[in-house]
Design a protein around this ligand. Structure first.
Ligand code: SAM
Length: 351
């Protein structure tokens, strides 16, 4: 079977059927990097922007190449591949323009930079054998990401993913603590969990704690929601949390997966010290039920991603975290599955 007929270049069911029998799935997995490399090349060259600027008069390859001082043949091959991927559209006369849905996406602030940051991540992922051998010397991706404004793009997508979980968390906390006065949101990020708490308790105040670039995103969102006046915004590293004040509720949502087991336990201890007697500690996390042999959603790749990106973290199991809650002295501990993707752990500090 010719490599030209390989499933990764078969664009429809009939073409794919023709190559049935080819030993495909491992080869397909091993060669999927090509599409990512094509996308990175287009982003790095600023190709989408150049095409978008010429939307009224789409350029042909020759004029694009001449204007930028690029080589015409590889540029043509790149454009043809982008067209086959559906991110660029061919128009009459051998001209090209950006596909409509791509130009909308690229209008989002820093989206091209955010997509391109995956190129750096790819380079780190290729070092996985060295990480397992214990000989990897480089840094993780996450530690550089948290220090850049690209955190805004990361948090925006997390905010969208966690919107329903934030509403469910506020509802379940309200059922258990209808009299809550204040809350602390550690690793608040986009701030949506604090926002839902403030909306559920019109008299309550919220403190949002995070690293600078992330907290600035949360501050802007709460400002936009008209709730910033009921908030304190505190910059800091969760591992050095020491606010000298206690709260009815402390949340550590989607934060523990960046840390190893010992650090998870230390963070829980620190957080518990900030909970008033009778108050609640809450962790809304990516679901990982260690007892389910066939989960509808497999968290293995997510856990590996956290590890590669941080060089120490991993996605803790829901049961593992419930045990860490108990070790921190919380009782009772509730482990509530909110959806296929999210679990909420709630633990009470003794009254
Ligand atoms: C995945 S986001 C979660 C945002 C929000 N809590 C949620 O559940 O949707 C992780 C957040 O943890 C913050 N974070 C990561 N490491 C931190 C640290 N060492 N100290 C404080 N915040 C940290 C990040 O800046 C980011 O805002």
């Amino acid at each position: 079977m010719s490599i030209l007929a390989h499933p990764s270049v078969a664009r429809n069911a009939a073409a794919a059927a023709e190559v049935q029998g080819y030993s495909d799935s491992l080869i397909e997995t091993a060669t999927r990097y090509r599409e990512a490399a094509v996308l990175f090349a287009a982003l790095e060259l600023g190709l989408f922007r150049r095409l978008a600027e010429r939307a009224g008069d789409p350029p042909d390859v020759e004029s694009l190449a001449n204007a930028a001082g690029w080589r015409e043949l590889p540029l043509r091959l790149l454009l043809e591949t982008l067209a086959a991927m559906g991110v660029v559209a061919r128009v009459a006369g051998g001209r090209y323009t950006v596909a409509a849905q791509v130009s909308e996406l690229l209008e989002a602030e820093r989206m091209d930079e955010w997509l391109l940051s995956n190129k750096r991540q790819n380079q780190i992922w290729l070092e996985l054998p060295e990480m397992i051998r214990g000989t990897y010397q480089g840094e993780g991706f996450y530690e550089t990401l948290v220090e850049t404004p690209l955190m805004g793009n990361y948090l925006q997508s997390i905010g969208q993913t966690n919107a329903e979980a934030a509403s469910a968390t506020a509802r379940l906390i309200r059922q258990r603590r209808p009299d809550l006065c204040d809350s602390l949101d550690v690793g608040a990020g986009h701030g949506l969990f604090s926002q839902r708490i403030l909306e559920s308790y019109p008299q309550a105040r919220a403190t949002l704690f995070d690293l600078p670039h992330s907290l600035d995103v949360g501050r802007a969102n709460l400002n936009e929601a008209g709730l910033a006046e009921r908030c304190e915004f505190v910059y800091g590293d969760a591992r050095a949390l020491n606010l000298d004040v206690q709260f009815d509720l402390v949340m550590l949502n989607d934060l523990l997966h960046y840390f190893d087991r010992a650090s998870k336990a230390e963070l829980l201890d620190l957080a518990c010290r900030h909970v008033r007697a009778g108050g609640l500690l809450a962790v809304c996390k990516i679901a990982f039920d260690e007892k389910d042999p066939a989960p509808a959603f497999d968290p293995a790749m997510i856990s590996l991603r956290f590890h590669i990106n941080t060089q120490s973290g991993y996605l803790e199991g829901d049961g593992e975290l419930a045990a860490l809650f108990a070790d921190a002295g919380l009782s009772p501990v509730e482990c509530l599955r909110l959806s296929t993707f999210k679990t909420l752990l709630l633990g009470r500090v003794a009254a």
